[in-house]
Design a binder for this molecule. Structure first.
Ligand code: IDP
Ligand code: MG
Length: 167
């Protein structure tokens, strides 16, 4: 089945200059990148993205991690990959959630680590189901930022907005 999936290169990935390595590894899948951007994650985006984990003991540190507060670098790279079996292919290359248990040749196995606090610092996020992918892609991207018509859209009236232009 052709499907799409959200990948996030987390702040440790950017801080450690692993962006190129991660993209090279993911290119083995022959999937298409249909959206890509660098994002500064705020509380609302972080907490919505990880809402399903809010009762976990590591939740507040996870929020600090994805916001870049553990790496004094607040950037993440968000990507949408599309193609046959995209979710499984990307998760296989990403590796298991726990970097210690991840296949050593997976991204998380090769580059992840477990912090003294116990948090898994594992370089990448990858959606784990079609429903999760849809929720996450709609959270991280606007329709016009993706080059395919993935999901139904509607016209939204925007009134008297002010936006930044080049001076
Ligand atoms: P996933 O990223 O493999 O889908 P999730 O269960 O969705 O795993 O957890 C989101 C993130 O929370 C993980 O990527 C990891 O950074 C962190 N995490 C998950 N489970 C644990 C845990 O048991 N201990 C420490 N950190 C965890
Ligand atoms: Mg997950």
């Amino acid at each position: 089945m052709e499907e799409s999936t959200l990948v996030i290169i987390k702040p440790d990935g950017l801080k450690k200059s692993l962006t190129g390595n991660v993209l090279t590894r993911l290119s083995e899948t022959k999937l298409r990148i249909i959206g890509a951007k660098v994002v500064q994650v705020d509380d609302q985006l972080a907490e919505t993205h990880y809402a399903h984990l809010k009762d976990k003991p590591f939740f507040s540190e996870l929020i600090r991690y994805i916001k870049g507060e553990l790496h004094s670098d607040s950037r993440v790279m968000a990507l949408v990959y599309w193609g046959e079996d995209a979710i499984r292919k990307v998760r296989t290359i990403a590796g298991a959630t726990n970097p210690e248990e991840a296949d050593p040749v997976s991204i998380r196995g090769a580059y992840g680590r477990i912090l003294t606090s116990g948090l898994f610092e594992n370089v990448v996020h990858a959606s784990s189901s079609p429903d999760e992918a849809e929720r996450e892609i709609k959270l991280w991207f606007e329709p016009e930022e993706i080059v395919y018509d993935l999901y139904p859209v509607k016209s939204v009236q925007v009134q008297e907005t002010t936006k930044q232009g080049w001076a």
